[in-house]
Structures are given as C-alpha cells and as structure tokens.
Design a protein around this ligand. Structure first.
Ligand SMILES: Cc1ncc(COP(=O)(O)O)c(C=O)c1O
Length: 454
C-alpha cells in the first residue's frame, strides 16, 4: 500500500503534476513490475509508468551496467562535432526493425521533440521540392502527440489544448476512428470506412497545396484508450496521403517496440508510413531518448542531395542514452518480449472481459497486446459518459492505488472533455498471476466506486 503523503509533509516545491493527479508519495526504488516507497510498501505498476514506458521492468541491472560502461568512456559530445559507434548501431538497429522504406534516424530527447522534428521535417521536405505552401499537419480529434506547441497543435485532446488554444496553430482535425463512438453513427462494415475517407474530404476542403502531413497514433492511447481502427483504415489513409502528396507521420511513441504485440503498431496494417516518431519504450524509462525514423527519399534529400535540415537539440545523440536503448532493444529481442506482449495481451484481454465486463460502468474494453483501455460509462445501453466532475476514473485509480495497483486514469474520449477510461500497459515481464491479481483489484475498486456514483 502507498500514498503516505511524505511529499505533502515535506511541502514539495516540485511543479508538474496537473489535474487530479497530485503525487504525495516518494518513490524509492523499482524492481520488475513493482515500485517501492520509502517505507518499503510495494505497488504493482499495471501501467509501466502511465503509458507503458518501463517495458522491460524497473531496476534491470544490465541497463545499469551499460550506463556505467558508456559513462566511463564518454557521456556527452556535441552532435555537430562527433559521431559514435553506439549512435550508428542504434540507427542501424532502428531502421532494421522499422518498415523497410525508413532508412534514416534523427534523435531527440522526448516524444514531443520528435513530433516537432517530424512536423518541421515534413514542411522542409515540401519546401525543398518547390511546394513552400505545404505546412498544415492534419491530426485527429482525441489524438495526442505531445505538449510542445507544434505537437499540441497537431493533437486533438481538447482538455490538454484548451488553456493554450490562443497560441496553437488551428490546423484541421478529423474524427477518431473509434467504432464505439462513431461520429457518423454508422456501423462497420456498411460504414465504408467513412472515418478514413474523411481525410480525403478535409484535404480537398482546405486545399492539398497547403497540407504537409497527416499524423496519427496507429492504436490510440491517452485519449482513446486502446482504440484499434478497422483493417481498411490505414490502407485508405496511405492511399489518400499519396494522392495529395501528403506525408503520413506515424506516432509510435506509445505503440512502438512491442507494446501492441508487434514491433510497431502500424505493422498490424502492413502500411508504410513516411516518418515514424518513437520514444518511451525504446529506452524503457532508464534515460531519455527519442527518435524520428525517416523514409529514404526524405532522408536522402537532406543527407545526399544538398538540402539542409535546420534543426537539432543539445541532448540529441546522447551516447549514454544510445547505450541504454541498445541494451533495452537487446533484451526485447533476445527474450522474445514482443511475442510475449502479444501472448500475454491475449490473456489480459480475455481475463479482463471475464472479470470486468459484468460491471454496470464498464462500457468497452479495447486495445491490442499489452495495451488495454477500459471505458467507463454512466449508462451501458446509451454509452452516456459520466459528468466529468464525478471524476470516476480518478476514483477507481485512487482506490486501486490504496490496494497496491497503479492504473492510469484518462479522460476526454467524448467530445474531448467527457468520457472516462483506465489505461493498462504493464511491463512485458509481468506474469499471468500478477495480471489476475491486478484485475481482481480493479474489479474491487469498480465495485466500490459504483456504490457511490450510480
Ligand atoms: C502518442 C504520444 N505521442 C507523443 C507523446 C509525447 O511524448 P513526451 O511526453 O515524451 O514528450 C506522448 C506522451 O504521452 C504520446 O502518448
């Protein structure tokens, strides 16, 4: 059990928590799927750091070893002056794992910074080819690509955009391809995948000469909690992007490196994006590093054909982080953790349906691999969401946490401001017994919350 308020007692001056998530417990150490507070109380992190970051588990000493070895050699050099074997090895590894057309890598320090990079790269690619007006990045409502201004402009999470709307680019959005809340009230397959063709419509509407890229998470995370588009969706998106000379940016920050049971989320559709943005799982939470993996024709334009990409960050190409990523990727590959994510994912989804579907508030359970969302509704028949003031997902999170389980409460799937979900994204090393235990706690927490809110 945790939540003992050490931080509150110590009058924490750390800013950063927002909304209803206000941590008050000091995290002392981590091991496997568990985090421990100062008193030694353990919490099973069923989220691996909210959105699945700590994919190989906490406290892996092989990573510590890699950090120490690299630090003894060199821990920093300026990216404009030096290359390094670890850097080359990581770029080679990432381009080998990614869809075959992606042949170049840039490194940054966060998912948001990678999204910014992709947005600028897409625009400068068009600029160099004599299409300087192509600048808009079309995103999806309820999509999320980062907190920096460009990334947030491309995102459609209303509750994260609202307070800085005035300083965002007002780029167009299409509806999320979430059958459970179809924006057109249609049913699959007779809908003819209206949600994908919406991209064609909006590009025609605003004029393809102004549109640079379309960005999407292959399987939704923060605001759509495990939304898996139908099989035809991304092939149509690819066709529409090609038709309009619009780049497809695939945001794999959550889905990349096995989270959904394949190396990349987009692999479930066998579609080749032009740019992949990836972060979280590739470093497993050990040290920051993110990447942009780039189509050969785009990379060549800047690396071989004389164009200059005016962009870069101080901590890009950090050799310690590269050593960390290589070790994490080694562990994922050698221990078959992508396959394990697929296998355990099936178990997780099956057991969640068995244990939780009977709840009056559980409207939908969705996702793939070890990424699962549980949407909580006030009325199962009508899918009516709770009043956001009830903070139903937060209530479940708080009770589960007291019982030793961390689940990630998110909101906003309905019109950006309503709709509650729990996100589950454990480390790949979790066991079936631990999955059962955690689901049991969620079951209890739901029962308790339902007494108050229904
Ligand atoms: C899909 C997706 N893209 C981008 C980001 C931004 O990553 P970061 O928080 O590392 O900037 C996130 C963060 O949660 C994310 O979920």
């Amino acid at each position: 059990m945790s939540g003992n308020g050490q931080a509150a007692k110590a009058k924490s001056r750390v800013m950063g928590a927002w909304g209803h998530l206000a941590p008050d417990t000091y995290c002392e150490r981590g091991e496997g799927v568990y985090l421990f507070d100062k008193e030694g109380n353990k919490t099973l992190d069923f989220t691996a750091g909210a959105l699945g970051v700590a994919c190989i588990g906490y406290g892996d000493q092989r990573v510590t070893q890699a950090v120490v070895e690299q630090m003894k050699k060199v821990s920093y050099f300026q990216r404009g002056f030096w290359l390094n074997e670890k850097l080359e090895e990581l770029a080679e590894r990432l381009t080998r794992l990614a869809p075959q057309n992606l042949k170049w890598c840039m490194f940054t320090g966060s998912g948001s910074a990678s999204t910014e990079t992709a947005i600028k790269l897409a625009h400068q690619y068009h600029l160099e080819r004599g299409k300087p007006e192509k600048h808009m990045v079309i995103g999806r409502w309820q999509g999320y690509h980062g907190m920096t201004l460009g990334a947030l402009s491309a995102s459609g999470m209303t509750n994260r955009r609202n307070k800085c709307n005035a300083i965002l680019f007002q780029w167009p959005k299409i509806a999320a391809p979430l059958c459970y809340h179809c924006s057109w009230k249609l049913s699959y397959p007779s809908c003819n995948i209206r949600c994908a063709w919406a991209l064609d419509e909006i590009i025609n509407q605003v004029g393809s000469r102004y549109v640079s890229a379309f960005i999407a998470e292959p399987i939704g995370a923060a605001a759509t909690a495990g939304m898996v588009p139908v099989p035809e969706y991304y092939p149509i998106i690819r066709e529409v992007c090609d038709k309009h000379d619009v780049l497809f940016i695939d945001d794999e920050v959550v889905c990349g490196f096995g989270r959904t049971g394949k190396w990349f989320g987009i692999n479930h559709w066998s579609v080749n994006p032009d740019i992949i943005v990836a972060a979280k799982l590739m470093h497993g939470g050990y040290t920051p590093l993110s990447t942009v993996i780039i189509d050969d024709r785009i990379g060549k334009l800047f690396m071989e054909e004389g164009a200059t990409f005016a962009h870069g960050f101080t901590m890009a190409n950090n050799p310690v982080s590269c050593a960390v990523c290589l070790t994490v990727l080694d562990i994922i590959e050698k221990e078959g953790l992508v396959e394990r994510s697929a296998r355990l994912g099936e178990y997780l989804h099956k057991r969640a349906r068995e244990k939780l579907s009977h709840h009056a508030t559980v409207g939908d359970i969705r996702g793939k691999g070890l990424l699962m969302g549980i949407e909580l509704v006030k009325n199962k028949e009508t899918k009516e969401p709770f009043d956001p003031a009830v903070i139903v997902a937060i209530r479940v999170h708080r009770i589960a946490r007291k019982k030793g389980i961390l689940v990630y409460p998110t909101m906003g799937v309905v019109e950006g401001v309503k709709g509650d979900h729990l996100l589950i994204s454990p480390a790949f090393v979790i066991t079936k017994d631990e999955i059962d235990f955690a689901l049991g706690v969620i079951d209890e927490a739901l029962t308790e919350v339902e007494k108050d809110v229904l």
